[in-house]
Design a protein around this ligand. Structure first.
Ligand SMILES: *[C@@H]1O[C@H](CO)[C@@H](O)[C@H](O)[C@H]1NC(C)=O
Ligand SMILES: *[C@@H]1O[C@H](CO)[C@@H](O)[C@H](O)[C@H]1NC(C)=O
Ligand SMILES: *[C@@H]1O[C@H](CO)[C@@H](O)[C@H](O)[C@H]1NC(C)=O
Ligand SMILES: *[C@@H]1O[C@H](CO)[C@@H](O)[C@H](O)[C@H]1NC(C)=O
Ligand SMILES: *[C@@H]1O[C@H](CO)[C@@H](O)[C@H](O)[C@H]1NC(C)=O
Ligand SMILES: *[C@@H]1O[C@H](CO)[C@@H](O)[C@H](O)[C@H]1NC(C)=O
Length: 935
């Protein structure tokens, strides 16, 4: 091979100094092929087969119509990615390596025609020494990666003699079975909010390299930085007066010469060094070099989540040097100084004295402070991760912060987030509760499986530990409260065995990876659990889970809540009481504008076959099982909820009617979530001392009836906000006023809840109206003083609607209560006094039976302020909705609000994406729930 010969000759003439040769394999010089199907098309890396097949027009858009069914052949086939011949390699390096940061999932890799390895874990980093193959290679080598069919391979695995089995229904299954046998994104096989493409390909954002080294050179393939308070132990609140310990550890291949050392520099974002020096306790092992130091805390500002203080970040450089101080390698990490602890300690005597119910805590503490976690659950934002760009994620994270959220639960069973998303979490101040990718199933525990999981966990724990936004690690989703409880029901005689297998994976295997690498991060084996019974660091496995060992009257752990009987949706006694709520929800339809992008015009009606086939909300175990709600399953649940609580649309134009129905399901969803958010938040001042509310789910990954608050739009790269995202934004304001109604007794209480860190005080006012907007002479107190302690709630009104309405003779369907609070307070970590106001409405009878009148809504656009102005002229307007046409994504400062007659609200907006060159403004319209009552 000519090129290499010349390189070899030249090398003998030049001084023997070679830099590392690192060749990125990213780019477009790839071919995707399947010989059985006779398909060959240009491909890129990173990618997945569906994306390349679509780009070269072998298949239509996977997102369109029924293509997640029609494209199943892609999932059942093998796909080979083949590179162009790789030039620029050095002939005389001491070693040549392949490095892959993400292979999805079952592969067979060859280099220069020689088999290198097989892989079977989407979440691991793989690196292979291919020096021998390269040395024998006669030409520029070609790299080829054959991706097997995950549905096929998992079926073969399940069929192996002696393979582990579980009772029927334990694996919650949507489209393809056997997901528990693969270390691949579990929802790739379908979920109740998503399609089942089972994609394959070199998927990650920093996908692959060839690395060539000479002696002594090293390549840093991964690294860990752990910053914690001296003496800190995982899961325990540390002493905030202690200095920071910085522990750094580099994973390398190559050779480190004797006498090597580690140096560090920590600088501000504008590159002013704050602290630097040598790390001590240097420990060099085969593959890892570690060192640590203690730094003076007064040098560093703390990092805080959004709404709780600034997001101060530092640039840390760790340099590996040889004995003569020559740099061998260095890594840069942007990091922050904070402690975050998941506190599950028993309720103390001091807490009992404050009226907190016995049991255990279950809340997060940032820098030693309790805070109220407000947020939602994040799912993989696209079925195909290679399309998830930083720009798309910035738009999404902006919406999180604009929605007054400070925490996202990165739900397992998706994928570990790429590092750039943690970087965005650090910047935006969004805490990312992270999970190992297991959920809604029990998993094999043979040694091969456990070793594979250990490698996956080790790589990801080390990769992301330095991000201040990392909130905690959890073993997986709904394992204790759902999976183990199911086993106990269906196979009680096997319960002990399955519990011990569960512990083998989630306590004996995963816990040591977290605790062995990090002192700064808490771990819990399962999301939604009753927490630990014992935490004792002198035991090899410090955590003993509580499971069902509960004491009456005590409160433990987190709750999740799904109840698809809409008749009890606003019955507060149907909500769970716990220390934290990590999931709750109900699905709704996306908007007409989103539907129009993905289904044909002829399918734009509520129960059309395309719409129904995109509804994946059916009972666990698949479509063939029966239960009370499966008559029309997810579609019926939405319909019943709409009919129960709101006037239902009956428009003559069928597309307008479809749109109004979609919108009404969104109003129910938002109303239900608001009721629960208000309930959980009020709990901060009740014996349960409830300190978190994360609803299900932040965003969509395709257009379908789902639990999302933000719709999917892959083309514009930003999704429309459903009613939910606006209402959650309102209910997550620091200070809220809200009604709590006992549907049985008619008792009505109003509370003001504040999650500020200092007491607030001010007033609350209450006014009763009929739908025409006339003030009603109802003698309940018109106003109250408000004094709310830090992260607390206080009752400001207590009355009984039965008494009021019976004594006044007003008609239930024509009585509304408007409530408003105005208080003075300070945001956390600020010393400026600020006014907080919030308003809310209460109606004793469902809006489905309300005596609504035409509010006479008027809309105008104010050129002076560039705001929209909305006025109700003739009646109370409920659920005012500002809508806008397809082709743009615009968010309004508020939406879904109520207006009194002669009340005007000016609403600003942000354009998140626009393909209409501003033309969308002409198409803005406004309606209220009254429009459902007219044709
Ligand atoms: C399909 O891919 C898998 C994994 O790479 C491999 O083991 C298998 O031999 C392949 N089958 C074919 C027909 O290429
Ligand atoms: C060095 O690191 C290895 C591997 O992590 C560990 O087993 C060993 O105890 C460490 N040695 C010291 C002196 O800390
Ligand atoms: C971080 O510091 C390193 C070394 O001091 C520098 O090369 C790099 O540009 C800095 N990065 C940022 C984002 O400031
Ligand atoms: C390497 O750097 C250290 C710390 O700055 C210094 O003490 C030492 O003398 C240097 N060694 C050499 C060989 O320059
Ligand atoms: C298992 O089921 C039994 C019978 O319903 C119940 O008493 C027990 O508390 C359950 N145990 C667990 C750990 O869920
Ligand atoms: C239940 O918890 C108590 C402590 O609260 C403990 O003493 C007891 O051993 C536990 N029982 C079981 C079966 O784990």
């Amino acid at each position: 091979m000519l090129v290499r010969r010349i390189a070899a000759i030249a090398a003998t003439l030049l001084p023997k100094v070679f830099a590392q040769n690192i060749i990125s394999l990213s780019g477009h010089d790839w071919i995707l092929s399947n010989s059985d199907l006779n398909i060959s098309c240009p491909a890129s890396l990173p990618s997945q087969a569906h994306l390349d097949l679509h780009a070269c027009q072998v298949i239509g858009s996977p997102y369109y119509g029924l293509n997640d069914f029609n494209l199943r052949f892609v999932a059942w086939a093998n796909w080979t990615y083949t590179s162009a011949p790789i030039s620029n390699l050095q002939a005389n390096s001491s070693s040549t390596w392949l490095v892959f940061n993400g292979l999805d999932t079952f592969t067979s890799i060859s280099f220069c025609g020689e088999h290198v390895a097989a892989t079977n874990n989407q979440f691991r980093q793989y690196y292979f020494d291919v020096s021998a193959i390269f040395d024998d290679c006669q030409d520029d080598p070609v790299l080829s990666v054959n991706f097997g069919s995950a549905p096929k391979i998992t079926q073969e695995t399940a069929d192996e003699p002696g393979q582990e089995t579980w009772p029927y229904g334990i694996e919650i299954m949507y489209e393809f079975p056997n997901r528990q046998f693969m270390r691949k994104e579990q929802n790739d096989f379908g979920w109740d909010w998503g399609p089942a493409f089972a994609p394959a390909g070199p998927w990650y954002v920093q996908p692959a390299w060839i690395v060539q080294l000479n002696n002594p050179e090293v390549y840093i393939r991964n690294s860990l930085v752990d910053i914690y308070r001296q003496g800190q132990l995982n899961n325990l609140p540390p002493d905030q007066s202690q200095p920071w310990v910085v522990n750094a550890s580099l994973d390398y291949f190559g050779a480190i010469p004797n006498g090597a050392s580690l140096r560090y520099i920590i600088s501000t974002p504008d590159n002013t060094a704050v602290s630097s020096g040598s790390l001590s306790n240097i420990n060099i092992t085969q593959g890892t070099v570690t060192g640590s130091t203690v730094v003076d805390s007064s040098l560093f500002e703390l990092w805080w989540p959004s709404g709780l203080g600034p997001q101060t970040l530092y640039n840390m450089t760790i340099t590996l040097e040889d004995s003569r101080n020559n740099t061998l390698a260095s890594v840069n990490k942007r990091t922050g100084f904070r402690t975050i602890v998941l506190n599950e300690n028993p309720i103390s005597q001091a807490q009992l004295d404050q009226g907190i119910a016995p049991g255990n805590n279950w809340h997060f503490e940032i820098n030693g402070h309790e805070f109220y976690a407000k947020g939602s659950n994040f799912i993989p934002p696209d079925p195909f991760w290679p399309t998830v760009t930083e720009e798309r994620m910035r738009t999404l994270f902006e919406a999180v912060v604009e929605g007054n959220q400070n925490m996202l639960r990165i739900w397992s069973s998706g994928a570990y987030l790429p590092s750039f998303i943690y970087d965005l979490g650090d910047e935006y101040g969004i805490l990312l509760w992270s999970e190992f990718e297991f959920g809604d199933a029990l998993y094999p525990v043979d040694e091969l499986f456990l070793d594979n999981v250990r490698e996956e966990a080790e790589y990801n724990v080390r990769r992301v530990n330095h991000h201040p936004s990392l909130a905690a690690w959890m073993g997986g989703n709904e394992l204790e409260n759902l999976e183990l409880a199911n086993v106990n029901n269906t196979a009680p005689e096997e319960y002990d065995r399955y519990v011990s297998e569960y512990e083998k994976l989630f306590l004996d295997t995963l816990l040591p990876v977290v605790f062995g690498n990090s002192r700064s991060i808490s771990y819990a084996p399962s999301s939604t659990s009753n927490g630990w019974l014992e935490l004792n660091f002198s035991n090899p496995i410090p955590i003993v889970e509580r499971y069902n060992n509960l004491t009456e009257g005590s409160v433990y752990g987190e709750t999740d809540h799904y109840n698809y009987d809409p008749t009890v949706a606003f019955n507060l006694s149907s909500y769970p009481i716990g220390r934290f709520s990590n999931e709750f929800g109900y699905h709704s339809m996306p908007s007409l504008q989103s539907w129009q992008q993905v289904i044909p015009e002829s399918q734009l009606y509520f129960n059309s076959s395309y719409v129904q086939l995109r509804n994946r909300h059916y009972p666990p175990g698949g479509l063939n099982t029966t239960n009370y709600y499966n008559s029309s399953l997810g579609m019926g649940e939405m319909t019943r909820a709409a009919i129960e609580w709101y006037p239902v649309p009956n428009k003559i134009d069928s597309v307008a009617n479809f749109s109004a129905w979609c919108h009404t399901t969104q109003i129910f969803q938002a109303d239900f979530y608001r009721s629960q958010i208000e309930f959980y938040r009020r709990g901060s001042g009740l014996p349960e001392r409830q300190l978190g509310s994360l609803y299900w789910q932040l965003e969509d990954q395709w257009t379908a009836p789902t639990w999302a608050g933000i719709e999917y739009d892959g083309e514009l790269g930003a999704g429309r906000w459903k009613v939910l995202h606006y209402i959650a934004k309102d209910a997550y304001q620091p200070v809220i006023i809200a009604p709590y109604y006992n549907v049985t007794t008619g008792d009505l209480e109003v509370y003001v809840t504040s999650d500020l860190w200092q007491a607030v005080s001010g007033t609350a006012s209450f006014s009763w109206y009929d739908w025409s907007g006339n003030r009603l002479n109802i003698s309940a107190a018109p106003s109250a003083q408000v004094n709310v302690g830090a992260i607390n709630s206080t009752r400001v009104l207590s009355t009984n609607t039965f008494d009021i309405l019976n004594s006044t003779g007003f008609n239930y369907s024509d009585v509304l209560l408007h409530m408003e609070t105005t208080v003075q307070g300070m945001m956390p970590n600020s010393n400026q006094s600020k006014t907080f106001t919030h308003e809310n409405w209460f109606h004793a009878s469902p809006l489905s039976t309300a005596a609504m009148v035409d509010p006479g809504l008027e809309l105008s656009y104010l050129n002076s302020t560039k705001n929209f102005s909305i006025t109700a002229t003739s009646g109370v307007a409920a659920w005012v909705w500002i809508d806008y046409p397809a082709g743009a994504v615009v968010t309004f400062d508020s939406n879904g609000f109520w207006l009194l007659p002669n009340q005007t609200r000016e609403v600003g907006y942000k354009v998140k994406a626009d393909s209409t060159e501003g033309g969308w403004i002409q198409g803005v319209s406004v309606e209220s729930l009254y429009n459902n009552t007219i044709a």
